[in-house]
Design a protein around this ligand. Structure first.
Ligand code: IPM
Ligand code: MG
Length: 354
């Protein structure tokens, strides 16, 4: 099993190192992972003048799965857009055709108090966002900044989805729902946007093939509100790239910290890239205080979705629950009475719990 490890920038290398530790610990039990590291994002720019250097892309193509830390840093913010770290991430998603982004939002009983919402609103929460990842405003053409007829500059982007793009991610959504509580809520803005009108039509069509799944539709503004009002009404949320980006950050706070949320980005054949949904947090980089659990849980998703190792995936998830039950907390999820630990110690504790 070949894994491309792309630590990236900021806290990326620190958290990726903990997930690597966990995968190495599993190797002692007979699994065999070949892990090869390469730079991406700002690290790619520093190494090769490109946020997605050619050898990194080649390695990612050859590997069965990609483990990514995070990309981005203040020092790169002034670079021309194609050289910025985020472009490395967007390009690798596109190049590997990773159109289905799975973002589970799960509240650990031990962390129900860490959320800014009332414990009774979030405790027991278990939902999953399926975000389309290779289309929409993120990639639509034309885009740019131009001078209009009045001589004023204007910025423009194109929201566009083809039927086939909607259909394939809708299938991912329905298939995911089949393995869960069989409820799928498709989120768009069909009262205003044609892109969303087509989205809804195609989702309904695809849904006919999954009669056991209860399909509902919600406008994105309402969904944003419902997520904080009564998040437990959701099982699977299926949505486009930009709405999914925003809603998944919102949903992460239901769990107490964005430092807890893993993700899987899959192509049609379960090749995947696995990354925490948080960013590179340059303000805390190098201080050994970041939460590595989102990345460790991303490695668990890799075991599940790409390698079909459900047992191993569950072992990692159980180990994470154990360390939380032991009272270990990184700074982002710390509450008085628990035991504040560093990034490295948290990784070691998960390995010990395995
Ligand atoms: C995410 C991030 C990325 C996105 C950024 C870093 C380009 O916010 O994975 O959600 O917008 O998709
Ligand atoms: Mg985001």
């Amino acid at each position: 099993m070949k894994i491309a490890v792309l630590p990236g920038d900021g806290i990326g290398p620190e958290v990726a190192a903990q997930a690597v530790k966990v995968l190495q610990a599993l190797q002692r039990d007979g699994l065999k992972f070949e892990m090869v590291e390469a730079p991406i994002g700002g690290a790619g720019y520093d190494a090769a003048g490109d946020p997605l250097p050619e050898p990194t892309l080649k390695l990612a193509r050859e590997a069965d799965a990609v483990l990514l830390g995070a990309v981005g840093g203040y020092q790169y913010d002034k670079l021309p857009r194609p050289q910025r770290p985020e472009q490395g991430l967007l390009r690798i998603r596109k190049e590997l055709n990773l159109f289905a982004n799975l973002r589970p939002v799960f509240v650990y009983p031990e962390l129900a108090d860490a959320s800014t919402l009332k414990p009774e609103v979030v405790s027991g929460l278990d939902l999953l966002i399926v975000r389309e990842l290779t289309g929409d405003l993120y990639f639509g053409q034309p885009r740019g900044i131009r001078v209009n007829a009045q001589g004023e500059r204007e910025g423009f982007n194109t929201m566009v989805y083809s039927e086939s793009e909607i259909r394939r991610v809708a299938h991912s959504g329905f298939k995911t729902a089949m393995k869960r509580k069989r409820r799928l809520c498709s989120v768009e803005k069909a009262n205003v946007l044609e892109t969303s009108e087509l989205w809804r039509e195609v989702v309904i069509e695809v849904g006919r093939g999954y009669p056991e799944v209860e399909l509902s539709h919600m406008y994105v503004d309402n969904a944003a509100m419902q997520l904080v009002r009564n998040p437990k009404q959701f099982d699977v949320i299926l949505t486009g790239n930009i709405f999914g980006d925003i809603l998944s950050d919102e949903a992460s706070m239901l769990t107490g910290s964005i430092g807890m949320l893993p993700s899987a980005s899959l192509d049609g054949a379960n090749k995947g890239m696995y990354e925490p949904i948080h960013g590179s947090a340059p303000d805390i980089a190098g201080r050994d205080i970041a939460n590595p659990l989102a990345t460790i849980l991303s490695a668990a998703m890799m075991l599940r979705y790409t390698f079909n190792l459900e047992d191993a995936a569950q072992r990692v998830e159980t180990a994470v629950r154990k360390v939380l039950a032991q009272g270990l907390r990184t700074a982002d999820i710390f509450v008085p009475g628990t035991d504040k630990v560093s990034t490295g110690r948290m990784g070691d504790a998960v390995v010990a719990a395995l």
